[in-house]
Design a protein around this ligand. Sequence first.
Ligand SMILES: Cc1cc2nc3c(=O)[nH]c(=O)nc-3n(C[C@H](O)[C@H](O)[C@H](O)COP(=O)(O)O)c2cc1C
Length: 193
Amino acid sequence: MEYARIAPIMGRLWSPIAAVTSHWQGKSNAQIAVAIAAASIVPDMPRVVLQIYKTNYSHDLIYNSGSFALNFLRQDQLELIKDFGLVSGRDRDKLSDVGHAPKATGSPVLDDCWGFLDCRVVNAMDGGDMTCFLGDVLDGETLSQAEPLYWRDARREIPAAWNEEWDRKISGEIEVSKQRMPNLDFKPWQPKG
Ligand SMILES: Cc1cc2nc3c(=O)[nH]c(=O)nc-3n(C[C@H](O)[C@H](O)[C@H](O)COP(=O)(O)O)c2cc1C
């Protein structure tokens, strides 16, 4: 199959851009994600699914703490794509200059964003190269009336150097994913504690 034939469909499945924050054993982190979807039809039992790549530092924090927060970005927060999405928390404390405070699950929530969801993991599915987390939404708020930020729009706004850096990073990660995707672990996820 030629990917170009399905690219317009696949591209539209990405969510608005979120800074995914996590906290485990005294360490906090933030990464960018767009693989997020609503996963409940019951308004007073909201759920989301979130896919996180195993190579990311955030994966360890989310997997071990059983929680994460989704901080959806405003259109004027392009800088955070570079700060959170192009470097790893293994190399830098990405939250040191960004205002945040812990909410119900203990995950840090950004003071300034389009809106946030604070989530506890209730199940997870292995995807070989990534884990798909199902989370109960315990708290959240919409903080802006404007539209959130989407990657297809952000790509046209960010400096060419960031786009080039992203293309380099993602091409390396695609090679890792190709190797790992067939190796699915079918053992069921167990709740922590
Ligand atoms: C626009 C954009 C979308 C991304 N979407 C995801 C995603 O859905 N899931 C994921 O695990 N990583 C995603 N990433 C990659 C991570 O944000 C990136 O690898 C980050 O450096 C990981 O940081 P960490 O090692 O501190 O956890 C995305 C990055 C960008 C720039």
